[in-house]
Design a protein around this ligand. Sequence first.
Ligand code: NAP
Ligand code: GCO
Length: 268
Amino acid sequence: MNNFSMASFSLEGKVALVTGAAYGIGFAMAEALAGAGAKIAFNCRSQSNLDKALTDYAAKGIAAKGYIADVTDEAQVNDLISKIEADLGGVDILVNNAGIIKRIPMTEMSAADFRQVVDIDLIGPFICAKAVIPGMLKKGHGKIINICSMMSELGRETVSAYAAAKGGLKMLTRNICSEYGGANIQCNGIGPGYIATPQTAPLRERQPDGSRHPFDQFIIAKTPAGRWGTPEDLMGPAVFLASDASNFVNGHVLYVDGGILAYIGKQP
Ligand code: NAP
Ligand code: GCO
């Protein structure tokens, strides 16, 4: 008996928390989850970002609930989850999206800078997952989606802390799968390629002579799709991994990279 139907992609009745979803990739994924029927909660650290995001969500007809909470602070995260439970109900879907990058040559990077990136990009997802799993165990289901990176697989100059954190996030994804898969909790990653957001704006800045940034040209040559990704490219993958359509997908990182990881790169 085939129970599959397109209803498997529905998120009706589900509560989704997308961390760091004031703008960028997180905002787009939250919009997609809302479009599939989920109630949306998001957090960030800045009140001004929160206020603008609420306006932006409302402009799209999304009654998102926004909260100020730093994902590195366990007390703030536990308070965040309690507030969401009171406002919307228990979290069914967690998207660990909040993240930063520091582009500094390793020998010039302070241990404090390295720690801050790992704190936000790896410890933060651990803290948030630890906070929502008990509720998911009570519900008998849960979806955790960790936003990884090309740097979960590859290194490059100046991003040692970020690559270490995102590599660790890939393994945290596999470990949550291993530890809680038996309780019907699926934990997967999404590995965006190079996406046009504020985080990558410095890599796309036009040069004084109006030419493209060298890194911009590099990424275009390395991407079979021949373009940067957009946050919209991540919307479908997020709905898939948040929905019943992916109930037998666990511990997987879905790379949404236009083919970068498969390609040696265009000959100069
Ligand atoms: P972004 O534009 O810089 O947005 C980051 C978001 O995270 C902001 O809403 C920020 O808001 C929030 N945030 C940062 N630190 C936080 C903290 N400690 N606690 C709570 N919220 C925090 O980044 P993005 O490009 O959308 O990237 C989103 C995720 O995708 C990140 O994990 C990034 O590593 C990953 N990623 C990005 C790309 C890309 O090419 N853009 C590719 C692969 C993976 P506040 O500053 O107000 O807190
Ligand atoms: C960089 C970029 C990348 C992207 C992304 C690629 O400086 O190399 O910021 O790290 O953000 O993580 O998947």
